[in-house]
Structures are given as C-alpha cells and as structure tokens.
Design a protein around this ligand. Structure first.
Ligand code: HEM
Length: 287
C-alpha cells in the first residue's frame, strides 16, 4: 500500500492518462487544465498577501462563479477521478500539478513544482472578483494586473505564451477561436504568428471585438485577443515577443521559470520545502 502514500508520480500518471478526450474541444483536456492552474494562482495580490493557489477557493461560488472563471468547471470535473483515486492530495496541489503535468505532456518544458498547499479557505482573505485580466483591455491593465502579482514586463510576455494552447469559447469568455493551428502542442508559434501575420479587427455577433487572420493552409481562422496584440504595440513588451518568436529554447526556459513562480505565489516554504504559512489560512472550509 505504500504507493498510496503521497505518491505524486502516481498523480502525475493519472493526470497524463486523462488528457486525451476525443469528444472535448481539440481532443485534449490539457489546455483547460493549464488555465485552471493559472486562474487558481492569478488572484494573488502581493501587497495584501491574499489570493493565490493555496485554498483552492474556486470550489466555491464566490470565486468559482466569477465570470472570468467560466468554463473551468470542465477542468475540475476532468480531475475528479484523480482526486477520488488519490484522496490525500489537496485540490490546490492537484490543480497546480495538473497544469504543470499537462504542459509537459503537450511537449512543453519541465516546470519545478512543490506540494504542500492546503484546502483551507479563510473567508476574510477571499480574493475579490476582478483580479484576473480582462482580455478586452490593453497594456496599462496588463501591467496593473501582473505587477500586482509581482511580475515584470518580460515575465508578462513569457506567461502570455501559454496562449499557444487551447482556444476561446464564445459561451465562456465571449471570444472565439484558437491562437494557433495545433493548439494541443506547446510551442512558440503564438509569438511568431503575432509578428508575422496581418491581423484584422473583427466584431463577433455577440459584439465582442477580437483580431483574426485566415490561415489558408489550415483553412481555419486564427485569433488574437486585444491583450495579445497589446504586446507588440508596446516598446517594453515587444522586444520579448521578438526574442521568444525566434528562440524557442529561450521561451521554454523562461516560461518554465515564470509558470513555476506563478504556482508559488503566496506560498512560503521552510528549509525543507514545507509550506510554513498555513496558519493564516485556518479559517476553515467555506460552504
Ligand atoms: C484562454 C485571457 C493570460 C492560459 C483564455 C481565454 C481568454 C484569456 C479570454 C479564453 C477563455 C475561454 O473562452 O474559454 C487571458 C488574458 C491574459 C491571459 C487577458 C492576460 C495576459 C494567460 C496566462 C496563462 C493563460 C498567464 C497561463 C500561463 C490560457 C489557456 C487558455 C486560455 C491555456 C485556453 C483554455 C482552453 O482551451 O479552454 N485566456 N489570458 N492565459 N488562457 Fe489566457
């Protein structure tokens, strides 16, 4: 029975084996798992030390019902069998590990990951809505959101490279379509397309404005969000888009580091890697 005790390799294998989902989106649960991991952590506010992946607050309406998190219930449902088979793992560890493992399985870099998050939620520390980015806005907004978490301009660009994966769903965010032709394979194509293609504005039937380019080879319309293209109209962001478009290894290395940092926001560890700031989370479970 020793394999049932804190066997994270077993959890990783279980995550890897559920990624293939022929009936779902582009045939993979991977992209929406990456988004779940990111949204669980991306509520962090460094100045008040609130939010972040600890607590897995998205299980509850206050955070899970945030319109910014629409669609992420699919990711949580995909992971339920893994939780059932490994009941000792916390949701906050499971969600972050799922993002990390999905990226690796989709051809991305190895990302350092440590366990120890708790599922305690302190009501007084619940992150207010509005902490996740709004794709309809621009550079000032991106900076306000990501500086709040403690990231710099280069890190904002590197993190945005996750949009090599997955797609937008009109019934979730209002935006529609994928950024690249092969959205279940991690790469730097997103940065290349951003620079090399002529993006034209398109207003969807629901009134949402995005940018599109018709790819003749794939016979598919690809898309960019306003916040994606904001990266090439900015003097400080653009050089990093150019670096990552031409240097895939550099992008993979930088992405691995910043995604690892994102997963650790708000978590303090002792010398042995144990989480030491669980005391301030003893508010109990919110129901
Ligand atoms: C999807 C916005 C940053 C990973 C999306 C969607 C939007 C969005 C509107 C479509 C959601 C849907 O309709 O299903 C933004 C904005 C960002 C940002 C404004 C600010 C820079 C990030 C970061 C990551 C990430 C930092 C991870 C490191 C993803 C992934 C998807 C996605 C993997 C695809 C999800 C799927 O296929 O279901 N994002 N995002 N995004 N985002 Fe972001």
């Amino acid at each position: 029975m020793s394999s049932t005790i804190r066997d994270y390799a077993s959890v990783r294998r279980a995550i890897a084996s559920l990624l293939k989902q022929p009936e779902y989106d582009d045939g993979s649960a991977g992209p929406v798992l990456v988004r779940l991991a990111w949204h669980s952590a991306g509520t962090y506010d460094a100045s008040t030390d609130t939010g972040g992946s600890n607590g897995a607050g998205m299980r509850y309406e206050a955070e899970g019902g945030d319109p910014a998190n629409a669609g992420l219930q699919h990711a949580r449902v995909f992971l339920e069998p893994v939780k059932a088979a490994h009941p000792w793992i916390t949701y906050s560890d499971l969600w972050t590990l799922a993002g990390v493992e999905a990226i690796k399985q989709m051809g991305g870099p190895d990302i350092a990951w440590w366990p120890g998050r708790t599922d305690y939620v302190d009501d007084s520390k619940l992150p207010p809505r509005g902490r996740l980015p709004d794709a309809a806005l621009g550079n000032d907004h991106l900076r306000a959101i990501f500086y709040r978490m403690g990231f710099n301009d280069q890190e904002i660009v590197a993190l945005s490279g996750a949009h090599n994966l997955g797609r937008c769903h009109a019934d979730r965010s209002g935006f529609d379509g994928a950024w690249v032709n092969n959205p279940t394979r991690f790469s730097n194509t997103y940065f290349k397309l951003m620079l090399e293609r002529e993006w034209r504005e398109k207003v969807l039937d629901n009134g949402v404005r995005q940018y599109v380019y018709y790819d003749e080879d794939a016979e598919e319309e690809l898309m960019m969000l306003p916040t994606d293209l904001a990266l090439i109209s900015d003097k400080s962001f653009r050089p990093w888009v150019e670096v990552y478009a031409r240097d895939k290894e550099r992008f993979f290395g930088d992405f691995a580091r910043v995604f690892g940092k994102l997963m650790e926001l708000g978590i303090r560890r002792g010398e042995k890697g144990e989480v030491v700031n669980t005391d301030n989370l003893k508010g109990g479970y919110v129901s």
